[in-house]
Design a protein around this ligand. Sequence first.
Ligand code: C2E
Ligand code: CA
Ligand code: CA
Length: 750
Amino acid sequence: MKKEEFEQLLSEKARIIEELQVELEETNQGIIALTMELEQLEQEKLREHIDVIKQLQIELADTNKGLLALAVELEQSEEKYSSILKNAAESILTFNDEGKIKTTNPAAALLFDYSEDELLGMNINRLIPEWNRIKFEFNEDEKIAQYAGASFVFGTKRYGDTFQIEFTLGRPIFANKRQWLLIIRDITERKKAEEGLRLMGKIFHGSTDAIVITNINSKIIDANESFSTITGYEKEVVIGKNPTFLFSHKHNAQFYFHLRRTLVKSGAWSGEVWTKRKNDEIYPIWLSLYSVKDENNATTHFVGIFSDITTRKAAENQLKQLAHYDPLTGLPNRTQFTERLKWTIEVAHRDNQQAALMFLDLDRFKLINDTLGHQAGDQLLIEVAKRMTDCVREVDTVSRLAGDEFTIILNNVKSPEEAGQVSKKILEAFKIPIQLEGRDVFASTSIGITLYPNDGTTANQLIKNADTAMYHAKERGRNNFQYFSHSMNQKVLDELEMETNLRQALKNNEFSLNYQPQFDLKNRKMIGLEVLLRWKHPVLGMIPPAVFIPHAEKSDLIITIGEWVLKTACEKSMAWQAQGLPSVRIAVNLSGMQLKQHDLIERVKRILHDTKLPSELLELELTEGVLMDNAEMTISTLNELKNMGIRLSIDDFGTGYSSLSYLKRFPIDTLKIDQSFVRDITTNEDDNAIAATIISMAHNLRLKVIAEGVETKEQLDILYDKSCDEVQGYYFSHPLDETRLCSLLAGLRN
Ligand code: C2E
Ligand code: CA
Ligand code: CA
């Protein structure tokens, strides 16, 4: 039962009771009057009245009881009703046809910023902004309310602030009357959230940065259009995948581990990463990663935002390139090299690894520049840089420090031999001629190797040691590699002493000569001998010429020593002839320093004159490099020597840059194929082919060819097959002292 009905009923009853009471009163008064009459009237009639009264009294009491029950019921239902209103989250308002608010609740009061009392009786339109007001168009039958505004409906607060609402409007019947019932929800927050989402969507789809979202298990759940543009992968293909398919080999597992740890720990990570496109192209991105957390601070998603920084990186690299790279070869320059070396040391130290530093200096590079020009020199540097790079792993660093100086850092070498292997590979790679200005030019290099931590633990130490080792390689006749060792270091410290020692040697007659016979390959007859210098130090014993001659060449001692060798050799030859031994041609090594002497011709003339050796019995050996060094002057000197009747040969042929055709300009008689080719002629096809080429081309140029270092019959046979003219080597004879040589010569007489 509705309250209003109840009230009506209640007043109805109350009125009946009132009427009954009035009646009762009247009846009572009537009774008194009647009583008096009754004394005269019959007893029965009185009784009748009393019964009626009693009955009425009972009725009245019943009615009161019912009323009480109804009142309790009413109170309870009111309570229920108002508790719903009170606790409703929605604002609930009822108003009449005039718009006058009849009922309200706390939510409505709170929403509109009025008290409930203030709202009661207020016109509903005060709660709606003017431009959005409800226009009540009452059709008597249906009574429909319409909003003047568009679909967005706003409420207005006490001070005019508007906010978005969602509502339900109805016309239920209350107290026998139709009333307007308005239920309102504030949707400002929801709208804001929707707006935020819409904005997010716009950003997600419109961003030129790639955006990719993964779930907690690192499976991609969404990616935007830019993601596809940058990576080349369509969204449909990547959904459900782990983004690892974008990784490039440029970072190791440790890198990704560290990245993930930072992300999980701090909720964000950003940095430069090399990734892979669908077409396998490796390119750099700037990547920002975030973890998305729920209200319990538990990670639910990861978001990755990245941009392709190839162009930026390229510009950056160009700058870096200029500062850190050699523009000619594209290799790291000294600055970059030093940085990388320090880094290598750090890593090796941390990981307990060995590393190697190699110093490479091209042999006789100056010669190329001087003879073929700088452009050819540049070409050569580019080519050798490429060959060096091809010989090392990607983790190693080849740098160009200056001119023809290169370095190689080998990271994480397992043993010192590894550096030797690389060196061998490089020396081998250099054996292929380089085409320069239409000529075949041979390059070679001397390599010094030092090891971390054995030889040194700082960059400076290693650089110094590798440099020292490289010089050692030069001393060893170039085109080879040498390790740095402390004994070697000591040797260098002793260099100054060496000069003093050499001077002493001259004075004290510590030098002597050995003679190595040379043979005609066809008839196996001895046709000459090479004069080889020997030094017996009073304390150190025999010191090989490969060790002391480079020292002698650093000072002008080699000139004095060389002159002593030439003079002594001529004297000896004449002495042997005087003894009746057959005369053979003597070949004397001539140092580059000697060739540069301005009075070399006079000196040689004087010696020949003094010793009376026929000039045709004298041959001078000059190395390829010495010949090329200042070619013009050399040619005129050689021509003069040649005119004197002296034979000329090119020693160690094949190790330098010269091409055979270039040698046409020099008045030469013989080419000496370098030992290194002969050594491997039986096993190495290249060496075999080079030897064959040298021989046939030399013959075309009408030059004789002698092979040195022939140690085995196999080598000899091959050389014979290739029509080599002469040979020299342990197979026939080691270098001999004077006594042994004389007995050999004596044998020839018979
Ligand atoms: P080189 O002119 O190439 O001399 C040949 C070297 O090869 C000699 O070493 C000789 O002993 C060695 N040899 C000869 N046959 C064989 C063989 O079958 N197998 C091997 N493995 N080696 C063989 P040596 O005497 O130690 O001389 C080394 C270098 O010292 C010479 O190389 C030369 O460049 C220089 N040299 C020696 N004597 C003189 C000299 O009087 N004046 C100058 N300027 N340099 C000299
Ligand atoms: Ca020689
Ligand atoms: Ca030689």
